[in-house]
Design a protein around this ligand. Structure first.
Ligand code: ADP
Ligand code: ZN
Length: 609
């Protein structure tokens, strides 16, 4: 039996294999529980370090650790990353030839593999279950465990079958992990995977290194361009709702000099794979994508996630933005949204033929999302409250904390808008109502004879954008409804009346309506390399790029930016010194140490003259 770690303590392994000196948060407690044979449910934010929680027990416990993960496309990278650390790992999926599969099965029987990655559908095949029953299984890790939940947003039918593990392998500990779990999802995971006896580890959901900013959509492209102005050297994701918009935006960004690639379910599998690989392997690639992109992407140095359209729930928003900054370095979650987004999502929901109860849940989630967009206090507090974390002070790292939005007494403007909706018969969308308010003498206005209305032209003092901002806020607050079955006509609600009658006043948010340039990079933005270190920094990166290509892995699998940065600061020139650097373990020292030492020596001699 091949086992690289039995008898060795977890913290030793952490240092020897990964080159890290201490555990983060609850990692150690989780590892201890699983090593002792207990089931565990781990809720930890993205970037918290979930992988170690099953990898280390997998090395310490006897037998092979089986990791169930929904995306076969990414297994190869995970396995390669483990191999770079000197850990024998493999995956079984349909991309392998028959001969390769037999080879892996043989290696498994010989006890030569310590981590085995499987998609759930593969695991549930009789052949696989039979194979596993003939082996010693160290543990089952169920990654992205929220996929078992129908209440959640990534439901996968195959995950439901995983409760069978409990029956077929009663003595093997199971560890389920996820980054998204509000209380209901969490309960569903426990129930469906039969984890009621499991040790529960809930880490805080906060991602303090991510800065949240949400602006009113005025001219999305110039807004995006302003946001990206100082980000030519950064990798990021831009999310759009439709495939067409994905392609248009990617093409447009390319003309602006960005390395922008499209990704959506309508592209060929081959092109999707190419674009995903370029995103993982090259530097500073922007992926423009629908939500089809991202699950399981564990690229640590994504510096921003931008939304050009509104996600339909806070869970979705938090998971998508959570793909930024897994390495813990400053990262940006940026979004523009407008009235049209609200109307579109409400219409999509109304048009679906889902059961009423489901629709109600969806509406509730959208309302929470809109609340996040409109809030004038700290956004992080809203996000964390949603995940039942209630005691956080204002964060200082969101747009509202940094530039508190102004509010104004909008009562009179709101009265004008509401009466204009009423006078035009509650049959028109916001664009038309605003035309009437501003006294625009268009053909359509003429046709309807609306230039005769008492509300025609009573709102000339505000711009179109300002009126749209007011309309949006009224819709979000339920003071106006959108006729979702029809053409998005605005209609009054019960709540409109007190304001129309002058019984209630209303403060609204004053939206910033001109695109601000991204301006100076965000406060704690990217590491700045001192000019005298620039040459070595570039040389270290070039060395990393070359080794990554030679080993067919992404650059960060060789060493993270953090590790290169530490080399820059400490200039290790011997193996001993290099081993002391964060992120340098035994195996990587052997494989890459001399290359980096050589680069450092060359550059250091030059500096010393
Ligand atoms: P998650 O799956 O929770 O999103 P990962 O397991 O991918 O997070 O870990 C995120 C990053 O943090 C990885 O680069 C990982 O190597 C690193 N990491 C994890 N645990 C530690 C630790 N104890 N010390 C230093 N870095 C760590
Ligand atoms: Zn804040």
């Amino acid at each position: 039996m091949y086992n690289i770690a039995m008898q060795e303590s977890a913290v030793n392994l952490l240092q020897r294999i990964y080159g890290y000196d201490h555990f983060r948060g609850e990692q150690e407690a989780i590892i201890d529980a699983v090593v002792a044979g207990r089931d565990a449910l781990v809720l930890m934010p993205t970037g918290g370090g979930k992988s170690l929680c099953y990898q280390l027990p997998g090395l310490i416990r006897d037998g092979v650790a089986v990791i169930i993960s929904p995306l076969i496309a990414l297994m190869q990278d995970q396995v390669n990353a483990m191999k770079q650390l000197g850990v024998p790992a493999a995956f079984l999926n349909s991309s392998l030839s028959m001969a390769q599969q037999t080879g892996i099965e043989h290696a498994l029987r010989a006890g030569e593999i310590q981590l085995l990655y499987l998609a759930p559908e593969r695991l549930l095949q009789q052949r696989t279950l039979g194979l596993l029953e003939s082996l010693t299984v160290a543990l089952f890790a169920i990654d992205e465990a929220h996929c078992v939940s129908q209440w959640g947003h990534d439901f996968r039918q195959d995950y439901l079958g995983l409760n069978l593990l409990h029956e077929r392998f009663p003595d093997v500990p199971r560890i389920a992990l996820t980054a998204t779990a509000d209380r209901r999802t969490r309960e569903e995971i426990i129930q469906r995977l039969e984890l009621s006896g499991a040790a529960l580890f809930v880490s805080g959901f906060d991602r303090p290194n991510i800065r949240y900013a949400i602006a009113t959509k005025t001219s999305p492209r110039s807004q995006l361009q302003a946001f990206l102005e100082y980000r030519q050297h950064e990798a990021g994701i831009v999310y759009c709702l439709s495939r067409k918009k994905v392609e248009d935006t990617a093409a447009w960004l390319s003309t602006k000099g960005y390395k922008a690639l499209p990704y959506h379910a309508g592209l060929s599998a081959q092109l999707r794979e190419t674009n995903q690989n370029r995103f993982l392997r090259e530097e500073a690639v922007i992926i423009v994508a629908t939500i089809a992109f991202g699950m399981g992407i564990d690229k640590p140095d994504v510096r921003f996630v931008a939304h050009l359209d509104l996600p339909k729930s806070i869970e979705a928003y938090y998971q998508e933005t959570g793909r930024a900054g897994r390495d813990g370095e400053p990262a940006e979650a940026w979004m523009v949204y407008g009235l049209q987004d609200v109307v579109r999502l409400q219409q999509m929901q109304a048009g679906s033929d889902a059961p009423e109860q489901f629709k109600r849940a969806e509406r509730h989630k959208l309302d929470a999302m809109l609340g996040l967009c409109e809030v004038t206090s700290c956004r992080r507090q809203v996000l964390l409250n949603y995940f039942d974390e209630e005691d956080h002070p204002p964060c200082g790292n969101c747009d509202n904390c940094q530039i508190p939005p102004k509010t104004w007494d909008a009562t009179e403007a709101v009265q004008k808008l509401l009466s204009c909706v009423y006078r035009t018969g509650q049959r028109f969308g916001a664009v038309y109502v605003v035309d009437v308010l501003r006294g625009k003498d268009s053909d359509k206005v003429q046709q309807n004879n609306h230039q005769q209305l008492s509300t025609f032209g009573i709102g000339a003092e505000l711009s179109e954008a300002q009126w749209r901002s007011i309309a949006r806020q009224l819709v979000v607050r339920g003071l106006l409804a959108v006729d979702v079955e029809g053409y998005g006509a605005l209609q009054l609600t019960d709540r409109s009346r007190p304001i129309l009658r002058g019984e209630q006043t209303l403060e609204l948010r004053k939206d910033e309506l001109k695109p601000k340039s991204g301006g100076k990079k965000s406060r704690r933005s990217k590491r700045d390399i001192a000019p005298e270190h620039e040459a070595l920094w570039q040389a270290l990166r070039a060395c990393r790029t070359r080794l990554a290509a030679e080993n067919n892995v992404p650059p960060y699998v060789i060493f993270s930016d953090d590790t290169l940065q530490a080399m820059l600061a400490d200039r290790p020139m011997s193996r001993m010194e290099l081993l002391a650097i964060h992120g340098v373990g035994e195996k990587k020292l052997d494989n890459f140490g001399s290359d980096f030492i050589e680069v450092i020596c060359q550059h250091t001699e030059v500096v010393q003259g």
